[in-house]
Design a protein around this ligand. Structure first.
Ligand SMILES: [Zn+2]
Length: 175
């Protein structure tokens, strides 16, 4: 899997582009439509996966969908917080195919009700749940400190040593 990172929008959000066998997935296109389209030129964009509802992660999703026909996926816990219509609500546990590889959706509420992490072979995208220097805030609508604590315990078991972690803001790092 080829992974490209773009830093987009005023809150310097990480937008990730994953490519495998001429197919692509975009995670959190908060902005940067032109740059994203350039990166996926010639590939088939199947899915736009949103780690949570916050605008800095989701604002460019609708336009990217209109340009490419990709499906927008977001966890059902974000239903009451979004102003756009996704193509599919996730429950967690789904396996999303990109080319000849798979990504697994893990529900990790806390930062928001429907926050997810996206797990690959030896890497994970953690949205605003885990950063290199800490964890996500829980004081915004849909946030819960108690849920975050449980989610971190869940991730502790999933994230193996040496695994690469790609957060929603800041540098990627290894466990
Ligand atoms: Zn956020």
């Amino acid at each position: 899997m080829e992974i490209k990172q773009l830093i987009v929008g005023p809150l310097l959000t990480n937008c990730y582009i994953l490519i495998s066998d001429e197919e692509a997935v975009v995670i959190d296109p908060g902005a940067g439509l032109k740059k994203i389209l350039k990166e996926i030129e010639g590939k088939k964009l199947n899915y736009i996966i949103l780690t949570h509802y916050h605008w800095d992660h989701t604002l460019g999703a609708q336009k990217l969908k209109e340009k490419t026909g990709a499906k927008i996926l977001i966890h059902k816990g974000e239903k009451d917080f979004i102003k756009f219509q996704p193509d599919q609500f996730l429950d967690g546990g789904e396996e999303i195919r990109v080319g000849n590889e798979y990504l697994k959706i893990i529900h990790t509420p806390g930062h928001t009700k429907g926050s997810i992490c996206i797990l690959g072979e030896n890497f994970i995208f953690t949205g605003d749940t885990i950063f290199e220097d800490g964890v996500g805030r829980t004081d915004l609508p849909g946030g819960s400190e108690e849920d975050l604590k449980k989610s971190l315990e869940k991730l502790e078991k999933i994230i193996k040593k040496g695994m690469k972690i790609y957060p929603g803001h800041g540098e990627s790092f290894e466990k």
